[in-house]
Each structure stands twice: as structure tokens, then as C-alpha cells.
Design a protein around this ligand. Structure first.
Ligand SMILES: CC(C)(COP(=O)(O)OP(=O)(O)OC[C@H]1O[C@@H](n2cnc3c(N)ncnc32)[C@H](O)[C@@H]1OP(=O)(O)O)[C@@H](O)C(=O)NCCC(=O)NCCS
Length: 193
């Protein structure tokens, strides 16, 4: 099955809670700066919640991994607004396929939404798009390791409409989301035969 989804060919549109429209597309190799920009605008607590470690800026490895998109192994989506003719990144959603998973294919989720756009539905929209693409890539389960105080992230998972299991592990909450098996691909997604 060829499931390459080239960057720029996947584009979805959604609305912020205040009615403004935003778009979502797949990150490409030229997009490393987007990760630095979004990270730069996160509060220290948000950065801690994202990486579960103290980190001021992304490392060289983080940047390389972020822009290395291959839908079978790693996928990064960027949500952006167009304001005054300028494209402003407001959030990122990624999955990293767990290559060691013996049973069904699973992937680890990560999100980062710029401070002033949090609580406006961005992560919820990114999760919906990630789930659609992951399904078409044969991924059966999403996992996430979430700080117990990260109420917003836990709320997003609790209300996303997928079957979810929360489990306390050492100093974190392990989240498991089951993806339906049916292949549903957004009409605007170009998946070559
Ligand atoms: C956690 C995080 C990704 C959530 O992103 P977000 O875009 O703020 O999430 P959403 O807006 O989709 O959902 C958050 C809240 O908005 C609510 N919401 C979402 N869309 C909504 C809508 N259209 N109308 C009303 N409420 C909505 C959700 O129910 C949720 O509930 P809350 O307001 O009681 O908290 C973001 O806060 C963040 O980047 N945090 C720092 C990094 C981080 O924690 N990463 C996660 C590591 S796994």
C-alpha cells in the first residue's frame, strides 16, 4: 500500500472558538523554523508539558526529526492563520510511530499550541486530522504520556470521540486512544494509488 501523503498536498480548514478560520497542513523539510518559532512563544510551563523535561529551545535533533516527515513513521502537522497577508503558525501536532510495537501499530502523540491560541480548539482539530491520516497509514492506536497537571491535554483526549484509556504511571498519565479500522481520508487528501 502506497500511503505517502506529500507535504502541502494535505490541507484542512477549521475554525477557532472565536470564529476565525485556520488551516492545517503537513510539515515539510523546509519547515524546521516553525518548530523553533512555536517553541519560542510557549511559556516555560507549556514547554515542560510538551517535553516533560526542562528545555528552552529545540535541539538540532528535535529540528531534524520534526521536519523529517514520512507518514509511516513520523508525521507533523502545523495549524496556521493568515493575518494581514502573513502566515502565522499557531500550533503543532505530531505522531511518532512506535517501531518496537510488536502487536498493532501504535504511535506516540505530541502537541504544542501557542499560548494565546490555547483553549480555542486547535489541538482538538489537529488530533482529528492526525487520526484520519494515521488510520490511512494502518496505525491502530495512539499513545501519549501526559503530565498529571496538564488538564487541557487530558480534556482534549477525553472529548475527542475516540475510545480512550487513562492509566497512572510514574509521575505521568499514560493515554491510549483506539483508532477505528475503517479508512477515512479527507476529500482534500491526495493519496496516490
Ligand atoms: C495541551 C494543549 C496542546 C491543548 O491545546 P488546545 O489547542 O489549547 O486544546 P483545545 O483548545 O482543543 O482544547 C482545550 C480546551 O478547550 C475546549 N475546546 C476545544 N474546542 C472547543 C470549542 N470549539 N468550543 C468550546 N470549547 C472548546 C476543550 O474541551 C478543552 O477544555 P477546557 O477549555 O476546559 O480546557 C495546549 O494547551 C498546549 O500546547 N500546551 C502546552 C504543550 C503541551 O502540553 N503539550 C502536550 C504534550 S502531550
Amino acid at each position: 500500500m502506497n500511503i505517502e501523503v506529500p507535504a502541502r498536498k494535505y490541507l484542512a480548514h477549521d475554525k477557532l472558538r472565536d470564529g476565525r478560520e485556520f488551516a492545517v497542513r503537513i510539515v515539510g523539510p523546509e519547515d524546521k523554523a516553525i518548530l523553533s518559532e512555536v517553541m519560542h512563544h510557549l511559556s516555560p510551563q507549556s514547554r515542560y508539558f510538551r517535553y516533560l523535561t526542562l528545555k528552552d529551545e529545540p535541539t538540532v535533533d528535535d529540528l531534524a526529526l520534526f521536519a523529517d516527515v514520512n507518514v509511516k513513521h513520523h508525521l507533523a502537522l502545523v495549524a496556521f492563520l493568515v493575518e494581514n497577508g502573513e502566515t502565522v503558525p499557531i500550533g503543532l501536532g505530531e505522531y511518532f510511530v512506535n517501531e518496537e510495537a510488536k502487536r498493532a501499530r501504535s504511535a506516540e502523540l505530541a502537541f504544542a499550541v501557542e499560548e494565546e491560541y490555547q483553549g480555542m480548539g486547535v489541538a482538538t482539530a489537529l488530533l482529528r486530522q492526525l487520526a484520519e491520516i494515521a488510520q490511512s497509514a494502518g496505525i491502530a492506536e495512539f499513545t501519549a504520556l501526559v503530565h498529571p497537571d496538564n488538564r487541557k491535554m487530558l480534556e482534549v483526549f477525553a472529548h475527542c470521540g475516540l475510545a480512550v484509556v487513562f492509566q497512572d504511571v510514574f509521575a505521568a498519565v499514560q493515554v491510549r486512544l483506539k483508532l477505528p479500522q475503517a479508512i477515512r481520508v479527507s476529500p482534500e487528501t491526495k493519496v496516490p494509488a
